[in-house]
Design a binder for this molecule. Structure first.
Ligand code: ATP
Ligand code: MG
Length: 180
């Protein structure tokens, strides 16, 4: 399983439809300051179901919609599609290629789809669970976080490792179960 492509339409600075194609292995995105590199990472988190505006470096969810520039009017919706190669069948769905899409309308309302079929956020989360992707699964190390990691106390550093290893999720489940 690997990420095959990402298409952004009206997402943050990407007003026009923009598709990035990825190959298996490591991808590096380079560009000048403010050119949208972090916005691409935000789009990845968003399409996988991220619900926190702050995690997306905004104040409210609507901030992911292209807000307009001097030469271009704001847009009414943001749309991101992520295509995943599933030839090895890691995703529990009978397709060799899976496209997850998320759309948010400025007027209100949002939509998720898997391979063009409208679905719930829960369906996207379930599809991605146990794959190392999706909510609390993949790890995005944001700008400035590297410094934080280097300067952190051993306890905090351990937290980062546990999160990356996926242990944190089980710890939270355990704590929740013990509370009951
Ligand atoms: P750096 O190298 O400094 O980290 P970067 O390539 O990561 O830069 P981003 O943070 O991805 O840059 O992009 C920042 C740009 O995206 C800013 O110019 C900002 O105005 C623009 N931007 C963010 N949200 C929106 C939005 N909703 N509508 C239009 N533009 C937006
Ligand atoms: Mg950046």
């Amino acid at each position: 399983m690997y990420l095959k492509s990402l298409t952004l339409r009206g997402f943050k600075s990407f007003a026009s439809a923009t598709t990035l194609a990825f190959e298996p292995g490591i991808t590096a995105i380079v560009g000048p300051n403010g050119s949208g590199k972090s916005n691409v990472v935000d789009a990845l988190a968003w399409v996988m179901g991220e619900q926190g505006a702050k995690s997306l470096r905004g104040g409210k969810m609507e901030d992911v919609i292209f807000a307009g520039t001097t030469g271009r009017a704001p847009l009414g919706r943001a749309e991101v599609s992520l295509t995943i190669d599933n030839s090895d069948g890691v995703l529990p769905i009978d397709y060799t290629e899976v496209t997850i899409s998320r759309t948010l309308f400025r007027a209100g309302g949002s939509e998720y789809a898997i391979n063009g079929h409208s679905c719930r956020l829960l369906d996207v989360q379930e599809l991605l669970s146990d794959t190392g992707m999706g909510r609390e699964m993949h790890v995005i190390v944001g700008q400035g976080q590297l410094d934080q990691i280097l300067q952190a106390t051993p306890e905090i550093r351990r937290g980062f490792v546990e999160e990356a290893a996926g242990v944190l999720k089980h710890r939270r489940r355990k704590e929740k179960a013990l509370r009951k």
